[in-house]
Write a protein of this length. Structure first.
Ligand SMILES: Cc1cc2nc3c(=O)[nH]c(=O)nc-3n(C[C@H](O)[C@H](O)[C@H](O)COP(=O)(O)OP(=O)(O)OC[C@H]3O[C@@H](n4cnc5c(N)ncnc54)[C@H](O)[C@@H]3O)c2cc1C
Length: 481
């Protein structure tokens, strides 16, 4: 590291900012170039008429990873980024009229009363799920995700759990949960991955185990506080940030990174570069193909991409009558894949988030926010999305929502896959970069085949998610040198 005095960073999301803070603390001259008009990327927020909407991430699961990352950056997470627990977590309505409500931790209610399975028996089953999977969660948060990936380490620390890791979320829930309504409500928690439970590797069950372990939070002030806190730290350590500064080329000279070409800034020399945009973008758009190894090109060409999404966000002038932060109307588990299929008209099924249940101040007084990701055609490329098409999906979704709640819409924000691709710079509009079903081998290493160039971000280990994206930035910064 002693010979690295200056580092240019592509992208001001949480991974690029984490890398920047770590390096700036070590006395390296760091410059962050962000293509957009603000920092935060997929963890930003946008305020419209007093409503604070998430640009991507809507909640923090497993803040212990953020705690470790912040600690490595010299930040006291509890002091600079207070988190509010999501206590009224989820209400799910099933086709037979059953309602499953998760409050904090294992506090679950199933209505109507008098069914074969009630809250008490459900709680026993949930305790068994927690007892089985909590050690895996602890292994991930304490050992695996907070260190650069090492297969020997994974085998050494995790061999006891390996037999558990075969199969799918659906098979595991079938085995462990007797009540079909409870099973569907649990499976619905993993739908954010864009995959049905029967195709979801069982390790992703940790997402819902985090819920049962009471580890869902919102940062005070909204998700955008996370990049804001990092940017403040970077400023204190003398780091430079340029907004509306798109990197068009990573410059390579004599077989080593030499700097960046940035729109509006020209060519800037750096001893090293960290690219936090996806590895696919780095390789196909920012590097001259002559500098990329054949193996790296192949990996990019065959990268299993995550799904694309359409985001519909509503600012309501009244309080929506939703009891929980996460709301859903879902079919039973064996039909849950129907929720991921686009519908021609108003969707039959719906999952939506009401962040103002946890944090009313995200809306003006007396108002509320609803955020939805209706199912869309995954065969349509991001470029195929017109405003007209996106608004038609939004209209149909609102029609279904309006049957469930009285809506007084003050602000309507619709963002199609084209927006995620062109404005948020997510490769092909794939919101998580790589598919959550892909294993660690699909992720890209922090060191690249170009000396002096490292990669951070959600296509590198340990992948997507706020805490893990922060860790990837830290690993990339440590890999420089
Ligand atoms: C819709 C959505 C919902 C999500 N929900 C959750 C959630 O609830 N909880 C959770 O933990 N995680 C969630 N995630 C994942 C999480 O938000 C991301 O994994 C994380 O924010 C990624 O951070 P990053 O810095 O790696 O990438 P990004 O946030 O994508 O940041 C990369 C930055 O680089 C910039 N950039 C790209 N190309 C260039 C260029 N050529 N020049 C300059 N700048 C460039 C981009 O504009 C962007 O700001 C969600 C993601 C999305 C998209």
């Amino acid at each position: 590291m002693t010979h690295i005095r200056s580092v240019g960073i592509v992208g001001g999301g949480v991974s690029g900012l984490a890398a920047a803070v770590l390096l700036a603390r070590k006395g390296v001259a760091v410059t962050v170039y962000e293509a957009g008009p603000k920092l935060g990327g997929s963890c930003g927020t946008t305020e419209i008429d007093g409503y604070v909407f998430s640009d991507g991430a809507v909640y923090v699961a497993l803040p212990e990873i953020i705690d470790i990352a912040f600690d490595r950056l010299g930040l006291d997470r509890r002091a600079v980024l207070p988190l509010r627990p999501i206590t009224a977590v989820q209400t799910t309505r099933l086709p037979d009229g059953t309602t499953v409500t998760f409050n904090r931790g294992l506090d679950v209610r199933i209505a109507p009363a008098g069914r074969a399975s009630d809250g008490a028996s459900a709680r026993q089953e949930l305790e068994a799920v927690l007892a089985k999977w909590r050690p895996v969660l602890a292994l991930l948060t304490d050992e695996i995700l907070v260190r650069p990936f090492s297969l020997p380490r994974l085998l050494w620390k995790g061999w006891r759990h390996l037999p558990k890791l075969r199969g799918t979320v659906a098979a595991e829930l079938d085995r462990m949960i007797g009540d079909p309504a409870l099973r569907a409500a649990l499976a619905a928690v993993t739908l954010y991955t864009g995959l049905p439970p029967e195709r979801m590797p069982v390790v992703q069950i940790v997402g819902l185990v985090a819920m049962l372990a009471d580890r869902f939070f919102l940062p005070e002030g909204g998700m955008g506080r996370i990049p804001a806190v990092l940017a403040e730290a970077l400023g204190r350590h003398g780091g430079e940030v340029h907004l509306d500064a798109r990197v068009s080329r990573i410059l390579v000279e004599h077989g080593r990174v030499a700097g960046l070409e940035v729109e509006g800034h020209g060519r800037r020399a750096f001893d090293a570069v960290i690219s936090s945009t996806s590895a696919m973008t780095t390789v196909t758009r920012l590097l001259d193909p002559a500098h990329v190894s054949a193996g790296h090109c192949r990996k990019v060409a065959t990268a299993p991409l995550s799904h694309r999404a359409l985001s519909l966000q509503l600012g309501l002038s009244g309080i929506i009558d939703a009891p929980s932060h996460f709301m859903s109307r879902v079919p039973f588990m064996d039909e849950l894949q129907r929720m991921l299929r686009p519908s021609d008209g108003p969707p039959e099924w719906l999952a939506y988030t009401v962040p103002t249940v946890t944090m009313p101040e995200l809306a003006p007084p007396g108002g509320s926010i609803v955020e939805l990701y209706p199912a869309i055609d995954q065969n349509l490329s991001a470029d195929g999305w017109t405003d007209e098409r996106a608004n038609a999906v939004a209209d149909a979704t609102i029609e279904t929502l309006a049957r469930l709640h009285h809506l007084t819409i003050a602000v309507r924000r619709v963002r199609s896959p084209r927006h995620f691709q062109d404005r948020m710079n997510l490769y092909a509009g794939a919101i998580y970069g790589l598919s959550p079903a892909a294993d660690a081998r699909a992720q890209f290493p922090h060191r690249t085949s170009v000396p002096g160039l490292c990669q951070a971000g959600q296509t590198t280990y340990p992948g997507y998610g706020i805490g893990t994206a922060l860790m990837s930035g830290i690993f990339a910064a440590e890999a420089i040198g």
